[in-house]
Unconditional design. Sequence first.
Length: 246
Amino acid sequence: MNDKVYIHEYIDILGHNRAKYMHHMTANFSPRAQEERGQLCYGVWGMLGTTGRWPEVVNIWEENGLDGMAASFRHEVGGPGMQDPHLAQWWARAAEFRRGGTDRLLLPAPWTRTIEELCADRVTGVAYAHEQLTVAPGTSADYLELLRQEAIPAYAEFGWELAGAWETLMTNDSECTVLWAIPAWEQWAELERARRSHPRMAKWWGRCLEVTRTFNRVLLVDAPLCPFRTHRQPAYSDQVGWQEGA
């Protein structure tokens, strides 16, 4: 039973600073967040620009439920300027790499795995399919259940593994985010090619078209210190070399 809450972030990167920013988030922010607020790094990815906005980074953080999120809010806005004073230097450095972004809070499907479970299961991929979609108001949980029953078996025939399934909080229950781990580039091509012709995939795609109002899939590539790549949380020892974006 996954009772966590997740922060999903789209980050706009300045110039050629994507690698530096991803390292700054994983090596310099995440260890302190783990220590001070119990927040775990779910993942940090760079957008494959051919499939979406560029240069852009996607971050997802795992909080200990709504109570944990409330505690993080209290911690974050307790200082002047609505910023954690202990992170003043970090914020100043981050401003050199990014111009802004868009966040949302996500509630996981109860059967989706936490990042500790995903690391224990060694879930990984050469790329990740990030699907964001809208459905009729009040039906986001219904979509996730339909995904569990029909999409997961269909995607599995092409080697894709579910890495996360969420509905957006603080909305009218009409938006979902889904993340798939893709083991090889060829398996991405095989699924996209079979979307309308493979019996099981075509059936799922038809169901998806029936219930979604918008649907968008992009591809992400994980950062060097992303837990999906290392199967652990970033540590203070990872900070070495961050100035060069290593």
